[in-house]
Design a protein around this ligand. Structure first.
Ligand code: 3IO
Length: 338
């Protein structure tokens, strides 16, 4: 009997050693909590689930991640603090929800004229990787990506700039500043609060990318869509610094190797999904899709130009070399945005 027990003990030790060898990780059974603010069907959560699957596959199951979509662990406003304090190990933030917090990276919230989420997401990641801005230095940034260009979704047709005058529309951060420049009444709130605000009539519509027509069912309430190709919304996936530091080197390498690829994957997914969402919205709710003509687009460019000056002023005060950053954005846009 004693021999048998010793045998079992020895066998289990051997199996444990083998498990380490197979995973290649110096510690097996790492579990991370990943918090996200919008509902599960939306693109920030779709990219989260893709990332989790890739991480599990690339670490041979050594790293598992529990996901908390739909503000079930942290909501949009608490996300940064919650990751800082370790309530979640990883969190997803929309930079525009935190005005003044990202003096450098908010350059990507300006109407830079990106035409795709893929181009903007790749530019965003490269810009971050090159500048490693102080504003994000308290976190490990795992990846960044952006929405597709922003469009209007409203209860009433928006075909001219006059149609925007005095109309309450929802944006966030610099996108609210765009609304203000165009004569609308900007109302800022995170995405999860928008459906109820439209329903209650607090706002007449919103400014963001068309994916939400389907994923958050805005097609049902906002039947009038206007293509304006305004700014993208940049996002960052942030990790608690201490938790990052505690990871074995081979796991760190897997996560670092995934960053740029995840940005591109998410951008591609978003660009395809916007098309799908529009087709679904036309077929299901007969939404009308109008595009501003060239004259209106030129007027929008003129009216929003001062936003670049405001960004420069604020960023300069924060110690950012604004000309270098703007030059980088232009070069990255030329490189990646088709
Ligand atoms: C967005 C945020 C959450 C869920 C789906 C989304 N599609 C585009 C965005 C961009 C954004 O942060 C916003 O609030 O419009």
């Amino acid at each position: 009997m004693k021999a048998l027990r010793t045998g079992i003990a020895a066998l289990s030790m051997i199996l444990t050693v083998m498990a380490f060898a197979v995973t290649g990780a110096s510690a097996s059974g790492i579990n991370l909590k990943y918090a996200n603010f919008p509902p599960a069907p939306t693109f920030p959560c779709v990219q989260m689930e893709r990332w989790v699957k890739e991480v599990a596959a690339r670490t041979n199951g050594a790293v598992t991640v529990t996901t908390y979509p739909g503000s079930t662990l942290l909501d949009a406003k608490n996300m940064m603090r919650g990751v800082m304090t370790g309530q979640a190990d990883i969190g997803c933030i929309s930079l525009a929800y935190h005005p003044g917090v990202f003096p450098l990276m908010s350059v990507m919230e300006l109407p830079q004229g990106f035409t795709s989420a893929e181009g903007a997401s790749r530019a965003l990641w490269d810009l971050y990787a090159k500048h490693q801005p102080a504003e994000l230095s308290k976190f490990k940034v795992l990846t960044m990506f952006s929405s597709a260009p922003s469009q209007f979704m409203a209860k009433k047709p928006i075909r001219t700039l006059d149609d925007l005058k005095g109309v309450e529309l929802r944006g966030a951060g610099s996108l609210s500043a765009v609304l203000e420049k165009l004569g609308a009444v900007p109302v800022s709130m995170p995405m999860p609060e928008v459906p109820e605000a439209v329903q209650k009539g607090i706002i007449q519509g919103l400014l963001t990318s068309f994916d939400v027509l389907k994923d958050m069912k805005f097609a049902e309430m906002c039947k009038y869509e206007t293509v304006a190709n305004l700014s993208v919304y940049p996002f960052a996936v942030i990790m608690n610094k201490k938790k990052w530091d505690s990871l074995p080197d081979d796991v760190k390498k897997v996560l670092d190797d995934l960053s740029a690829e995840q940005a591109q994957w998410t951008g591609q997914y978003m660009d395809n999904h916007v098309k799908e969402s529009l087709e679904w919205s036309k077929a299901t709710y007969q939404v009308e899709v109008y595009s501003f003509d060239a004259a209106v687009q030129a007027e929008i460019a003129r009216l929003t130009a001062p936003l670049f000056d405001s960004w420069k002023e604020t960023a300069t005060k924060a110690g950012v070399d604004t000309q270098a950053v703007l030059d980088d954005v232009a070069a990255l846009k030329a490189k990646y945005d088709r």
